[in-house]
Design a protein around this ligand. Structure first.
Ligand SMILES: Cc1cc2nc3c(=O)[nH]c(=O)nc-3n(C[C@H](O)[C@H](O)[C@H](O)COP(=O)(O)OP(=O)(O)OC[C@H]3O[C@@H](n4cnc5c(N)ncnc54)[C@H](O)[C@@H]3O)c2cc1C
Length: 382
């Protein structure tokens, strides 16, 4: 299903990841520092605008192209991959899908150039899987302004120097049946009443930006509503379906990066008089790793193909995210084993892969949530 453009893009991102990202990212990771220079160069390459139409400054490609770029980046490093994933699929895509023409013109060109980042504030300290049940953030319309109160947890790209706007999901009323009415509101960075906390200290994705946000009588104009009032729930369900395909691509990249590194090391490292790659125990590990990466790639290609064709893809996205994050986790464990003690040292990429793999089974819907979605798509009761 790859056309010439896909193949060319994949090759140029592969080269970029190898030549630009790989030599420097370990140091950023160790310092838990956001890699502004790398992000700027990704922006100059057009990566942040891949699925954004040309009229809004993008490359006019499709979402599958973005996934290919994410996979190639994550083969080398997941912090930069998740920065791109969150910026595009959580930051730009909701504005592209639901925004007014004015909102699109205001935000998308800068986002597509990678000069500004958007974030998506859905999860709250009280719950991420059960979003409506855990949501406490409210937005009340007063004299032509939304007044927002509450807080959001674990928001990617929400506090960098180039973060420009956060889409905040909030309860804007009650439906007749008592369920919360949820809407999405765009809050520009620096709006009084929005406090951006310091970065979390994370197990992995250490060169990415993740923060808690709190809102105290934070006021934005009524026209900052994204899409229709009360459509927030439907908006984030669609946003997350797409995001899951992208996270599956990041997971496949990490899984393949484990194969790349293990192959190289297995030929180089010697034990008991021969290279360790000559031992069947190591060969089987690497063969299993390659099989997992390959099958997970097919799963996300299939989901992306359906998405791009406009076909239903909820089940396929959940399957891709489930199997790919599993593959990433298993491959990170096996690659670390192939490296022995050096696998436990941060100077080798597999140490980073090991720390970065776990979140893939949690973010944008845990593995349990993916199983729930698949079961529902199979007709089992909610
Ligand atoms: C680094 C990082 C970046 C993130 N970026 C963003 C972001 O940009 N924007 C955003 O909105 N969110 C973001 N998140 C939040 C992420 O999506 C949530 O952490 C995730 O959805 C899980 O929610 P939770 O942490 O509240 O866990 P919980 O929902 O509290 O779940 C805890 C455990 O219970 C399980 N569980 C819950 N319900 C059920 C059930 N019905 N059946 C079986 N098991 C169940 C879960 O699977 C999990 O194992 C990020 C998180 C991290 C760690």
């Amino acid at each position: 299903m790859l056309n010439d453009e896909h193949i060319e893009l994949r090759k140029s991102v592969e080269e970029f990841a190898r030549e630009v990202v790989a030599p420097v990212i370990g140091d950023y990771y160790e310092r838990c520092e956001f890699p502004y220079d790398v992000v700027r160069r990704m922006g100059a390459m057009g990566l942040f605008g891949l699925p954004v139409p040309e009229e809004y400054g993008g490359m006019g490609g499709d979402y599958f192209t973005l996934c290919l770029a994410l996979e190639e980046l994550a083969r080398v490093d997941s912090s930069v991959a998740i920065t791109l994933e969150a910026a595009v699929s959580l930051g730009a895509m909701p504005i592209l899908r639901y925004g007014t023409d004015e909102q699109k013109r205001r935000w998308l060109p800068g986002m597509a150039a990678g000069e500004i980042l958007g974030a998506f504030g859905l999860t709250e300290p009280g719950g991420g899987s059960d979003v409506p049940g855990g949501m406490r953030t409210t937005a009340v319309l007063e004299s032509g302004e939304w007044v927002i109160n509450g807080s959001k947890a674990f928001i990617t790209n929400s506090g960098t120097d180039i973060t420009a706007v956060v889409a905040v999901a909030a309860i804007t009323g009650r439906r007749e049946d008592g369920r919360p009415e949820i809407s999405t509101i765009l809050v520009p960075s620096g709006t009084p009443g929005m406090t951006v906390s310091k970065k979390y200290s994370k197990v992995g994705w250490s060169a990415s930006d993740t923060r808690e946000l709190s809102f105290t009588d934070c006021r934005v104009p009524e026209e900052n509503l994204l899409g229709e009032r009360g459509r927030g729930y439907a908006q984030f369900l669609q946003t997350l379906d797409e995001g899951r395909v992208a996270i599956a691509a990041v997971s496949v990249g990490l899984a393949q990066g484990c194969v790349d590194e293990s192959l190289r090391y297995a030929r180089e490292r010697r034990a008991f008089g021969q290279e360790i790659g000559g031992y069947q125990a190591i060969q089987f590990k690497i063969a299993d790793m390659e099989a997992r990466a390959h099958t997970a790639r097919l799963a996300y290609y299939h989901a992306a193909e359906r998405m791009v064709a406009g076909l239903p893809f909820k089940k396929e996205a959940a399957i891709a995210k489930l199997v790919a994050s599993n593959a990433a986790m298993d491959n990170a464990r096996d690659a670390t084993q192939v490296f022995g003690g050096y696998g436990f040292m941060n100077e080798f990429p597999v140490g980073r892969f090991y720390r970065d793999a776990k979140i893939l089974e949690i973010g944008e819907g845990t593995s349990e949530v993916q199983r729930m979605l698949i079961a529902r798509e199979l007709g089992l009761p909610a």
